[in-house]
Design a protein around this ligand. Structure first.
Ligand code: C2E
Ligand code: MG
Ligand code: MG
Length: 724
């Protein structure tokens, strides 16, 4: 070995040139007869040698053979007189090698090594170089440099080295099996994944990792594939050393010899536990409701479709039940969403216990659940289940210390009598459920033909409502409110009306809910507010406007992000004083997101707009909230006013509301006042204002203009001041 770590072969005793050619040729053609020492023969061998040969003196080319020219792409004369160092690819290396050679030869040896050399066209290649000193005819010494192209052999070596690095550093586990499928070699990732050290598995059969999850037949098929068709890949469950089962993605590739026999198998595998977990989670999320763990709508539809296929094939009957919780919205609004969620979880658990294993119960969305009873033996079966479900639903549920009672409405459709497709059955069960709600809730209804008509009508109404604003079908009514003590008009409530081209007047009770459900209420509400403000402006210009007017605001409208902006820009564009506008909100709006509601109300109050609570007493009124919200007016719901003074309970409630409101410095409006008896009773209780048919029905614009003009002139004649 030399100082730079290279291997040099040293042969003592320099040869003659002729001997040397001969020795080279013997390596190639052992049968050459080399006994005659003929110089022509040596020249011929030099010329025909299968290796590149250069005769070098003092580091300079003296002669090269044909093979050399072929290897380096030089004409034989090109190089004569040039330094041998020009062949080396690495700068400076040629010089160093010449020195080493000289040094070695002086000690009577020869040299052999591999170098990266350069052809004439600049391409580089690995070359095996050996140098020997030979005696010249003149008695001096020359060097014979022999060049053998080593790139092929070098390439293989490099590939092997790279393969070894890949094998060890691969993140995948790799197992090499011998032809008898015993383990020959494993890499470190194998040990990391399986927990086995290589010495624990070498020589053993990979069946030691069997999880038992795949059948014998599976493995037979796998090996048959590898042997007959080639590489196999797929998922396999195996067992780690600690006994844990895990899924892996595995490929098995046979390695064949030149004769076609399988010499080895390469198994490459990766642990896909995590991927499987993610996949399972995604699959779960796509099919199950995260809150209740029940199947979701999409899985439900899937199962219903399969159920129908089976029922059709087997000639059986199937029922679909649609369940809607009755007062869930109230609970959500008053106790908050997290209480609502807890209630849904509790209800889901109870509902699940009411059906058989083979039935499906799903959460359809919001507070809607659905059940497939498959098979059923007649409608009686379905009604029994519905009764059980209702029993469970009408139980009180303890939610955060509150006793929540919901109840439910159930619609039932039966295959094949009520529908034969998934869509039809779902649509009809929905219609039956609506019918159950109309029938006073907490009951169930089978689908009937009339329901189909009603569902159709609702759909048509929804479609028509979409165009109501742009076709100018909406109009406003105004219902005056009277100051009880002074007897003058205090303001008026704005009530929207829909003049349907075919159906005539449609009550807001019918379409406001629909508009809420579909989101159309935002546009409708904006139209109402703008039109009311414009009309109020007209009356102000005529000098007959009452001190204020009240506009109803729905929950969805109030929650819209641009609500404040809409109100302020409409007031601005119509030049109406904010203090003339009162917004009527229901209690349920206030119970939603308290922080946000307070902030919105404060902004409205800061603008100068007044706030009143509509239908007071019908929601989950908590007296404490009245103090927290910046409110001006309470409107006692018609249902309490209706039966005073005969109903003692209602009398007590109305009394309590008025005295509490006054303590909190709020004004009170009694709604739905229809007769003089109610008026005098309310007067005795100090109620501030009344609104109802007794004083005036809601009026159209023209009627209202006349009403206000008359009111104005009366007051003028009496010479009184307007009340504010
Ligand atoms: P509300 O705000 O409580 O309006 C009072 C309802 O009681 C009105 O019914 C009115 O016509 C009716 N009413 C007034 N005095 C009497 C009476 O002495 N006896 C009887 N039996 N009823 C009386 P309407 O106009 O059918 O409106 C019903 C509900 O529709 C309103 O209840 C309100 O919640 C909603 N609504 C009406 N207009 C709008 C609107 O522009 N926007 C929104 N979001 N909701 C509206
Ligand atoms: Mg109202
Ligand atoms: Mg009301």
């Amino acid at each position: 070995m030399t100082a730079d770590g290279r291997r040099w072969l040293l042969h003592l005793s320099p040869l003659t040139q002729h001997d040397y050619w001969l020795s080279l040729e013997r390596e190639r053609l052992p049968s050459v007869d080399a006994g005659d020492g003929d110089p022509r023969l040596s020249a011929q061998i030099f010329g025909q040698a299968s290796v590149g040969i250069a005769l070098v003196r003092d580091g300079v080319f003296a002669r090269v053979n044909e093979k050399f020219s072929e290897l380096f792409l030089y004409e034989s004369d090109d190089l004569l007189g040039q330094s041998i160092s020009s062949l080396f690819a690495e700068p400076g290396q040629g010089r160093a090698v010449i020195d080493i050679v000289r040094e070695a030869l002086q000690h009577g040896g020869d040299v052999e090594n591999e170098y990266f050399l350069r052809r004439r066209d600049g391409r580089q290649f690995w070359c095996n170089l050996s140098v020997r000193a030979i005696a010249d005819e003149g008695g001096g010494f020359s060097e014979i440099w022999v060049f053998k192209d080593a790139s092929l052999h070098k390439g293989i070596e490099d590939n092997l080295r790279q393969a070894a690095v890949v094998f060890e550093s691969s993140a995948d586990g790799i197992i090499i099996l011998d032809a008898r499928r015993n383990i020959k070699l494993v890499n470190s990732s194998f040990s990391r994944i399986t927990g086995y050290a290589s010495e624990e598995v070498i020589g053993k059969n990979p069946r030691m990792f069997n999880s038992g999850k795949q059948s014998q037949e599976f493995y037979e098929r796998l090996w048959a594939h590898v042997e007959k068709k080639g590489p196999w890949q797929g998922e396999i469950w195996n067992r780690r050393k600690n006994g844990e089962l895990y899924p892996e993605w595995c490929s098995v590739t046979p390695v064949r010899g030149s004769g076609g026999d399988i010499l080895e198998y390469v198994m490459i595998f990766s642990d896909i536990t995590q991927r499987k977990q993610i996949e399972n989670r995604l699959r779960y999320q796509a099919n199950f409701d995260a809150l209740t763990d029940l199947p979701n709508r999409s899985l439900f539809i899937d199962r219903l479709t399969q159920g129908l296929v089976r029922a059709r094939r087997e000639g059986t009957t199937l029922a679909l039940l649609f369940i809607d919780l009755d007062r869930f919205k109230n609970i959500n609004d008053t106790l908050g969403h997290s209480a609502g969620d807890k209630l849904l979880v509790a209800v889901a658990r109870e509902l699940r216990n009411c059906v058989r294993e083979s039935d499906t119960i799903a959460r359809f969305g919001g507070d809607e659940f659905a059940v497939i009873l498959s098979p059923i033996y007649g409608p009686k079966n379905a009604s029994t289940v519905a009764q059980n479900l209702l029993k469970v639903l009408s139980r009180p549920y303890d939610i955060d210390g509150y006793e929540a009672v919901v109840g439910g409405s159930i619609g039932i459709t039966v295959f094949p009598s009520d529908g034969t497709t998934t869509e039809e059955l779902v649509k009809n069960a929905d219609a039956a459920m609506y019918r159950a709600k109309e029938q006073g809730r907490n009951n169930y209804q089978f689908f009937t033909n009339e329901m189909q008509q009603a569902a159709l009508a609702r759909m048509n109404l929804e479609r028509d409502l979409r165009y109501a604003v742009e076709r100018n079908e909406l109009l406003l009514n105004f219902q005056p409110q009277l100051g009880v003590a002074c007897g003058y008009v205090k303001g008026m409530e704005v009530l929207v009306r829909w003049q349907h081209p075919r159906r005539g007047a449609v009550s807001p009770v019918e379409f406001i809910g629909l508009a809420e459900d579909t989101g159309m209420i935002v546009a409708i509400g904006e139209w109402v507010l703008r039109t009311a403000c414009q009309q109020y402006r007209v009356w102000q210009d005529q000098g007959i406007a009452p001190p204020r007017f009240a506009v109803n605001v729905s929950g969805r409208q109030f929650a819209a992000h641009n609500f404040i902006k809409t109100v302020s820009s409409i007031l601005h564009e119509t030049a109406v004083e904010p203090a003339c506008l009162e917004l009527e909100l229901t209690e349920s709006i206030l119970m939603k997101d308290e922080e946000r509601v307070i902030s919105t109300l404060n902004q409205l109050r800061a603008m100068g707009v007044l706030i009143s609570i509509d239908d007071f007493g019908t929601g989950y009124s908590s007296l404490s909230y009245l103090k927290r919200f910046p409110i001006n007016t309470l409107k006692i719901d018609r249902s309490f006013v209706m039966d005073i003074p005969s109903d003692a309970d209602d009398v007590a409630i109305v009394k309590a509301i008025i005295s509490m409101a006054h303590t909190l410095k709020l004004e009170v409006v009694a709604e739905g006042v229809e007769d003089e008896e109610q008026v005098s009773f309310l007067r005795d209780l100090d109620c501030d204002y009344i609104q109802g048919y007794h004083y005036s029905r809601p009026l159209g614009t023209e009627q209202c203009t006349n009403f206000l003009a008359l009111e104005h002139s009366t007051r003028w004649h009496e010479g009184t001041q307007q009340i504010v």
